[in-house]
Design a protein around this ligand. Sequence first.
Ligand code: NAD
Length: 264
Amino acid sequence: AAPLMAGKKGLVMGVANDRSIAWGIAQAVRSQGAELAFTYQGEALEKRVRPLAESVGSSLLMPCDVSDEASIDATFETLKQQWGKLDFLVHAIGFSDKEELRGRYADTSLQNFLTTMHISVYSFTSVARRAAALMTDGGSLLTLTYYGAERVMPHYNVMGVAKAALEASVRYLAVDLGRDNIRVNALSAGPMKTLAASGIGDFRYILKWNQYNSPLKRNVTLEDIGGAGLYLLSDLSGGVTGETHHVDSGYHVVGMKAVDAPDI
Ligand code: NAD
């Protein structure tokens, strides 16, 4: 049989280095024959992203700062000229001032609230609209979220509020774009040691907590996320849209651990 992603072209946004969630998904879809384009946030990251992109046979690499609508326009204009169409898109982008990813949510500033919502929520809607215009044969859009959207997690604060809005926007976009056979889903990843995560207070404790309390008794890997990303971006998930799919070793189903649980 032909590889799952043979003939499919996708844009991957959010690779910063080889620990990035976007990179895990890029490798998985590439291994099934996808053709990839990448964006990077700024010149400093280009040095890291270019060799990664080249290692998966991609020569289409574009700067894109999602806080700037003109920058997003330029990316999709280039994509339109180079490819003419698009089959899938990965949005693995989030940002908040790390000074507010500790302490109390109650102390969130207006400016950082707006910035966090802009970069972490609106940017997905903004790229979805432009991507959809190129998805003439249908398509699949995927964003990344976290359980802090559903339940209060220490220090996640304004980012949890933003992820809740992101998950709601996935549902609204799924309805808007469904008639064009464009699916929109979120992948809710368990905690992973990436550049973005290093900004979150007590992150090492959060990792340990998830490891000890999740059904699978381990943290998730880039391969775990890549496999689920491949499913959501390929035709295997053809009937799935508007979904938030947890890849978190099952952590989200646990209410309380049994008193006689063997570890810790
Ligand atoms: P990462 O640091 O590797 O990736 C974050 C990316 O966001 C970077 O590539 C960065 O350049 C990009 N970005 C930030 N501001 C931008 C802007 N203005 N324009 C363009 N790009 C911008 O970290 P990651 O953990 O791979 O994060 C990817 C996504 O996964 C984020 O949405 C994050 O919230 C989500 N997520 C992470 C975890 C975790 O524990 N690491 C868990 C669940 C969800």
